[in-house]
Structure formats: structure tokens, C-alpha cells
Unconditional design. Structure first.
Length: 308
């Protein structure tokens, strides 16, 4: 028996990546619509309700409208930002807490995490949960994504000669739509100061959280921070805590995969630390996460179809 899956928005960047991971899997049956059928409201509604699991790769308002069209038992994974802090939705980051995968398995509505929040939460959530970082501690998060994270418009800009820039910062009004998601799911009293950027790399992501360990209550050591992260992700097939002995950490480290690696760099003499995460903005940051959630919701092996 196969799981019927309908990707609404399958022609977009994330939708295409999800289809690649599902292609050829005998336990998954894809419901596909042609160009004309996608524009037919009746046919699209039937597809939404015929599926066992629907994956929404749509703008926020279109995702909300699609959910409203489902009146049957179909489960939903929403890759937009529409439901990431909404009541009644389960956050689709299986590694977020010891019981998060179990919660996803029993859910009918799952909000796929954003790529930036995935990196931030992986680094911060275990440290808040164990008390190494107080919930009201002021945090900042510096992160750079490959330009594919901006969708078709940004891809065309970088690849069509509209810009020659190698690196640029944005979100300078400090009101990025991912900030509430980071605050809520990390258990923080305040959102971090979020400093996003985009680089001339098609895919990949590098994020870091700086910490002044000597200023934190209890003055945690680098070893304590590293141990907490290792314990949080022990046994994870997707998230690895690596030794911080590399001279360089590259944004492209996990490009084309669904892995994520965390590292803790620091200087014991100054008490300063840099918590670093690398992942693929289209992998663990988007399509890979959606497929991982689908596997969990369908009772399939969690890593089936993932590129690890």
C-alpha cells in the first residue's frame, strides 16, 4: 500500500526538490496535475482531498486558502511561513525536542520550519532547554543563505546578470518574518537580533550564534555547551555535532544534501564562543525537512529518500 502525496506548488524550487526525493519510491504515489489542471479550481480541490498527505509549496495566503479547501482526512505539511507559529499546527523539526518526532507522527497539520530558524533552533533550543542559556538572554543570529532561498525571482537576478554582487545583507528593519518562529520554538522571551545575508552561492547555508560565556549565569564552559548539543542530537541520522578543529567552515559544506552539522568554536581565555551550523537551504532547510516529516507522518523510515 502506497501513500498518496499531492505537492501543491510542485513547479516551484522547493516543490521540484521534494519531487526529486520522492521520485521512484514505490511506497509513495504522487498525484500530479498538468499545467491546465493546476489552474482548474475543481480539479485542484479534488487533488487536495484525494491525497493522504498534501505538501504545500505556496505563498502564505495561498497556503491558507489551500488548507481551507481540504474537507477530508488529508494530512498537511505546509512549507510556507503561514502556520509556523499558528495554534493547532505541529512544528516540523523532529530534532527540536526528545518527543517532537512523536508529535509529528500523530499530527494532521505540520508546519515545515524555515531554513534560517532550522539553524538557529538547532544551536539554541537545547541550550535553553537545559538552562545553559536563560530564556530571557539577549541573543543574535548571523546567517547567510545561497541565493536559491529567494526563489525564482532571486535566482533570475543572480543568474541573469542583473547583479554582480558577491554578498549582501538584508532585513535591515529587523522585522524578518522568521524571527517570531525562532523566538517561539526556542522558548525565548525575546526574538534574537537576526542578521540575514545572501551570498553568490546557489545553495547552502551557514548560521552562527555568538556567546559571551563568561557573562552567562553559571559561566558555562565550551565543553558544557558542546556536551549539551551532543546529547541533544545523539543518534540523529541527520544532525551531527562535529569537532571544532577546522580552520574554515564553508557555506557549501552540505549543498545538495539533507544533512546539518553543528560546531562550537571558542576561546577559553576570553570566554567567547561561536556556535556554527551548516546545512543546505533547499535540503534540511526546506525540501529535505518536508520529506523527513512526510516519512514520519506516514510511518515510513525517517530518512527514506533523503540525501545523506
Amino acid at each position: 500500500m502506497s501513500v498518496a502525496v499531492f505537492i501543491d506548488g510542485a513547479a516551484g524550487t522547493t516543490g521540484l526538490e521534494i519531487r526529486e526525493r520522492l521520485a521512484g519510491r514505490p511506497e509513495v504515489s504522487l498525484i500530479t496535475l498538468g499545467e491546465t489542471e493546476r489552474k482548474d479550481a475543481v480539479v485542484r480541490r479534488e487533488a487536495l482531498n484525494d491525497a493522504d498527505i498534501v505538501i504545500l509549496c505556496l505563498p502564505d495566503e495561498a497556503a491558507r486558502e489551500a488548507v481551507a479547501l481540504i474537507d477530508g482526512p488529508a494530512k498537511v505539511i505546509d512549507a510556507s511561513t503561514a502556520h509556523r507559529v499558528a495554534g493547532g499546527w505541529t512544528y516540523g523539526f523532529p530534532e527540536l525536542s526528545p518527543d517532537q518526532a512523536e508529535r509529528i507522527a500523530g499530527a494532521t497539520r505540520v508546519a515545515n520550519p524555515g531554513c534560517y530558524p532550522t539553524a538557529f533552533l538547532a544551536l539554541v533550543a537545547p541550550l535553553v532547554r537545559t538552562g545553559l542559556i536563560p530564556a530571557d538572554w539577549p541573543l543574535s543570529f548571523n546567517a547567510t543563505s545561497g541565493y536559491s532561498g529567494g526563489g525564482k525571482a532571486m535566482i533570475a537576478e543572480f543568474e541573469g546578470g542583473e547583479t554582480t554582487t558577491g554578498y549582501r545583507i538584508y532585513g535591515l528593519t529587523l522585522g524578518h518574518k522568521h524571527a517570531p518562529e525562532m523566538r517561539l520554538h526556542a522558548g525565548l522571551a525575546h526574538a534574537p537580533v537576526f542578521q540575514p545575508a545572501v551570498a553568490r552561492s546557489y545553495r547552502g547555508m551557514l548560521g552562527e550564534v555568538p556567546l559571551a560565556l563568561a557573562a552567562l549565569p553559571g559561566r558555562p564552559t565550551l565543553d558544557a555547551i558542546t556536551t549539551a548539543l551532543r546529547e541533544a542530537y545523539a543518534g540523529s541520522p541527520v544532525v551531527t555535532v562535529a569537532d571544532a578543529d577546522e580552520a574554515l567552515v564553508l557555506i557549501e559544506e552540505h549543498a545538495g544534501t539533507d544533512r546539518m552539522t553543528l560546531r562550537v568554536f571558542g576561546n577559553p581565555a576570553t570566554g567567547h564562543a561561536r556556535l556554527v551550523a551548516t546545512l543546505d537551504n533547499l535540503g534540511k532547510g526546506a525540501a529535505g525537512a518536508a520529506v523527513q516529516n512526510l516519512n514520519i507522518m506516514a510511518g515510513l523510515p525517517q530518512t527514506a529518500g533523503l540525501v545523506l
